[in-house]
Design a protein around this ligand. Structure first.
Ligand SMILES: Cc1cc2nc3c(=O)[nH]c(=O)nc-3n(C[C@H](O)[C@H](O)[C@H](O)COP(=O)(O)OP(=O)(O)OC[C@H]3O[C@@H](n4cnc5c(N)ncnc54)[C@H](O)[C@@H]3O)c2cc1C
Length: 400
């Protein structure tokens, strides 16, 4: 849609072919239905939040940045607000308003939106030894001739929204490389059975580290959520983008620090204080002040102290085991959840085959790629949509 707007603003005759019955189905579910449109950080910070191929985005981000998208939407009547972490949302908190605004702009620019049109193939031809795109065909055999084609078919995540990876097929069929694909910003499965009893537990402040053997691959601090299969929540989702390739090779180790604000010594002092207060209680009744209810049996089991032991009988060595279990709450990450639960797809049309200053293919003239179909992805916070806005805009203005 952003590519369509940019191309139409340049005076081109634009038609958007959309397989769904309406536009922007994925946008409806972004930001938990509120659409985190972009991030109001400095433009330089946009790059810091990109996980794959940030340098490729130089022209795209500088040509049409976060303020530009906010201005475009505001000029069209959509007010936005900035929340925690510079996240930009519509004032109405309705993702649907972002879509209707974009559709309004498209209609004003006389862009034709053709729904329920599932493109199945690109048409190309050779002229003077160069390959050109000359249109597309849909699955009902209808041909659409065009001087230029922008492929903005998205990735593979949440396929019910329409992103079923068709753009990768188009790219491969026309001689482009598609890098290894993986779900990203996605929860993990864990091996340990005791995770099931923690289902629904959300930790606000936890330290999260992921190891491959002794090597630390990722470290973060913040929110984490236990599920019936493993772990999710903001810290874990971000982590998935950085370890997606490694975990395909073998399981990794997740170490959660349940008390990241306290050193081991400080935690021990804190535990001693509770133990003095509850000196005649059983161990399993002495941790209520320290840990959420559902965590207590799991921690007791893992630290190997008899749950019925009187608190005053617990030895220093046993206390150290408790401290260690709380500071190093370990899980084996066995793999990522699938595309149905992934916010983005990592990998895609290789940026080596695309001109970063125009988004035009280096293999097929007048063929452009934009958005998640490219080998680009970022962490959460509005950065993935910004990639789509910026690359879409650049493709649109680059058509000659
Ligand atoms: C649950 C969830 C929440 C998210 N929240 C946010 C957020 O708050 N902020 C953020 O920045 N990012 C968020 N993202 C990521 C963001 O939505 C995507 O990165 C972004 O939508 C990618 O834009 P795109 O235009 O490249 O692809 P898409 O938005 O996937 O659009 C591709 C379009 O192409 C159509 N299409 C595909 N194949 C064909 C075909 N063969 N013929 C015709 N049409 C076709 C599809 O139907 C679809 O409408 C979220 C993603 C998910 C899944």
């Amino acid at each position: 849609m952003m590519a369509g707007i940019a191309a139409a603003q340049c005076g081109h005759n634009v038609i958007i072919l959309e397989k769904n019955e309406k536009a922007g189905k994925k946008i409806y579910i972004t930001g938990k239905g509120r659409c985190n449109i972009t991030n109001a950080c400095d433009v330089e910070e946009l790059f810091d939040n990109v996980v794959s191929n940030k340098k490729f985005l130089y022209s795209a981000f500088y040509g049409f940045n976060n303020s530009d998208v906010v201005k475009l939407l505001s000029d069209a009547g959509l007010e936005t607000k900035v929340e925690r972490g510079n996240r930009v949302f519509p004032v109405s908190d309705r993702a649907g308003d972002v879509i209707s605004t974009l559709v309004r702009v498209l209609k004003k620019l006389n862009v034709k939106l053709e729904y329920e049109t599932n493109v199945s193939k690109l048409i190309t031809d050779s002229r003077d030894g160069e390959e050109y795109v000359s249109g597309v065909v849909d699955d009902r055999g209808r041909q659409y001739e065009a001087d230029a084609v922008i492929v903005a078919t998205g990735g593979l995540s949440y396929p019910t929204t329409g992103s079923t990876g068709d753009g990768y097929t188009f790219a491969k069929e026309t001689g482009h490389m598609v890098t290894q694909l993986s779900p990203a910003l996605v929860p993990f499965n864990v091996a340990e059975e005791d995770v099931k009893s923690l289902q629904g537990l959300a930790l606000k402040n936890s330290g999260v580290a992921i190891y491959d053997g002794k090597k630390k691959l990722y470290e973060d601090f913040g929110e984490l959520l236990f599920t019936h299969f493993g772990v999710s929540g903001p810290t874990v989702l971000s982590a998935s983008s950085f370890v997606a390739k490694k975990i395909k090779e073998h399981p990794l180790k997740l170490v959660i620090d349940l008390k990241p604000g306290l050193s081991a010594e400080q935690l021990d002092t804190r535990i001693l204080r509770d133990f003095e207060e509850f000196t005649n209680r059983n161990f399993n009744n002495a941790l209520d002040k320290l840990l959420p209810k559902s965590l207590i049996p799991v921690i007791i089991n893992r630290c190997g102290i008899d749950e019925y032991k009187k608190v005053h009988e617990i030895s220093r060595e046993e206390r150290m085991r408790l401290v260690n279990t709380i500071k190093n709450f370990e899980f084996t990450l066995t793999g990522l959840r699938g595309y149905n639960e992934a916010i983005v797809t990592q990998g895609g049309v290789s940026v080596k085959d695309i001109d970063p200053s125009t988004m035009e293919s280096k293999k097929v003239k007048q063929l452009y790629f934009a958005g998640e179909v490219l080998d680009l992805d970022a962490v959460t916070g509005g950065f993935n949509l910004q990639i789509a806005w910026s690359t879409g805009h650049l493709a649109g203005v680059s058509i000659s």
